[in-house]
Every structure is written in C-alpha cells, then in structure tokens.
Design a protein around this ligand. Sequence first.
Ligand code: FES
Length: 350
Amino acid sequence: MGLPGITRFLRTAAGVLTYPQDPRSFAQLFGSLSSAHYTRGRITRVHRETPDTVTVCFTAGEGWIPHRAGQWARIGVEVDGKRIWRPYSLSAPEHGDPSITVKAQGTVSKHLVHRAAPGDVLYLERPEGQFILPEMPTELLFMVAGSGITPVMSMLRTLMPRRPDHDVVLVYVSRTQESCIFHEEILELADQFEGLRPVFWFTEERGRLDVADPRAVGALCPDHQARATYACGPDSFVTAVEHLGEASGHAPVVERFDVTRASASGQPGEVSLLRSGITVSVGERDTILEAAERAEHPLPHGCRMGICHSCLVPMTDGAVTNVRTGELHREPGPVQTCVTRPAPYAAFDA
Ligand code: FES
C-alpha cells in the first residue's frame, strides 16, 4: 500500500475509533450510562459512508457485552419522544468500541442517518446472532449484497489483522460504486493484506449476478465449492446462495436483513391481545408485530426477520399465515409474530 493508501487507512481507522476528547465527557458518559435501567451508549461520531448511509460509533456503558464479529444488537432510539427498537448489525471489529452502519430506510434508520449526532444517547441490548466467524477459519468466501456487507465488515476488520495470511474472497454486489458501502476501506484492506481478494459487482454496469449459478460464481471465485461460505443480504440473494450451496453439498452460513413475503399482500385481518383486552386490525401488508406497533401496543421482538424467536407469543385461538412461506398454522401454541399474519383472525395470550 502506498503512502496515500496508508494515510487513508489510518484516517478511516481513526474515524472508526474516535473517542470523546474532553475528559468531562468521560465522566458524563459513564456517570449517566451506568445508572440506566437499560444499558446505554453515547454516540461519539457519525461518519458518512455513502449518500444515504452512515456509521454511528458509540461508547457503551456498564452492562454491555462485547460483540463477536458478525453479531447484531437491538438498539433503542428516541424518535419524536418515543423510544423505538430496531436490530442492527455491528460493523466495528471485535475488542473495540461498537458501531453500527445504517442505511436511510424506515423511521429509526432515517433518524440515525439524518439527525444522529455526537452526544446522543442510544439504548442497547446484548449482542446476539450465530452469523459469526468460525473458531478456526480456513479458506473463506463471503457473498454479500448491499447492506449485507455490515456484519461481514466487522469480520474482515477482525480477521485480517489477526490472521494476515488468511485466504478470503469477498464477492460484493451493489448497485453502483457510489452506493457500495466501505468500498475504499475494503480496497485498502486488500492492499494491506494479500490474503483478501475483493470482487465488486456493480449491477448498473454488469446486470444481475446469478449467485445460484455455479458457473457465474465460479467465474469470480473458481474454488468457491471448497470454501466455507458466508452470505448476507436481502432474503432473495441469500436464498440464491443457499441454492448454490445445495448444488455443491456445502450449506453456507447465512444472515438475512429482510423478509421476502410469499405474496405482495394478504387479506386484512384482526388479532385479539387477550390480556391487554384490545383488538388490533392488521392491514393487508402488515405482520402481527407491525400492526401491534402501529396500534401503539408493541410486542416483544428481536431480529424482526424470523431468526431469533424473541417475538414468540402464545396463540390461543384462530389461525395465522407465515408471510414467507404462505403456510397456514392453526395449532394453538407459540407463534413468531414478526413473520405471521392473522388468517383472518387470531387470539393471543398477550
Ligand atoms: S423477532 Fe426474531 S424471530 Fe421474530
């Protein structure tokens, strides 16, 4: 890596690891963060990555459990006087102050992208998730699309300095170079660590990449079948990588950041929350979780993508449809409210 590259790398690293400079800010930080019911964090820096994406760096107060590279955490943000929780992948490397990288989609993310500032408080839950580096990683293939780079960036930032001899191929699909989060930093990492080979695929220039097609992926990474594969991105992208894995007999480790619904819309329905004594109308595009939130009656949740099971609520009557598979469930028992809709009525012990 040449001098300009080194300078850019150090500037980026310094940006990611910025701490409050004023000693009073440390006292304020830990004084106020340690007494909270929830673990709290204080934003130390907001760094723009692309026109609609920022990295929010923060220092976490007492009770925070350091994350493993690839994990996510629920972050609570005060928006117009209301605290709203959303899951975000942690983009910082292990053993440092945490950060999240956020694209302006949805109320909380737009707030973070457009209004978050150093000094703001975040509410934090413990990091979770099994999309993590193996203990003894060998040859790796990361396949990501769009914001799916976020947990993988934590892995690369952790893995490459620890094991510079590592053999890692990153296939990264994004619309354009301008919208490619961490593009420059990834090139700098590849300059610094020979074992990292990034392959960028910009769909506006090259069209769609069929990641389920062994020949298409083989053209980018000839030994892809021999590598431990990690995939992160939209549901459709990750499902295609799973099909690729089926063809080679190696299941990838995957993380999705959205839910593809089996049909564009369902029928409107209703759910009764029996202990609260309320009935909630569920619009034709809503899940039960979303409808309950809209009705100002939030239900427990974590990932919002059918992964973590934090949203299980006992169904006592009626039926629900899984929005991903279209499958109908009539049996009373725990239901994942983040991926189901009433069909057309369901009652819950909630
Ligand atoms: S919130 Fe994680 S499975 Fe529903």
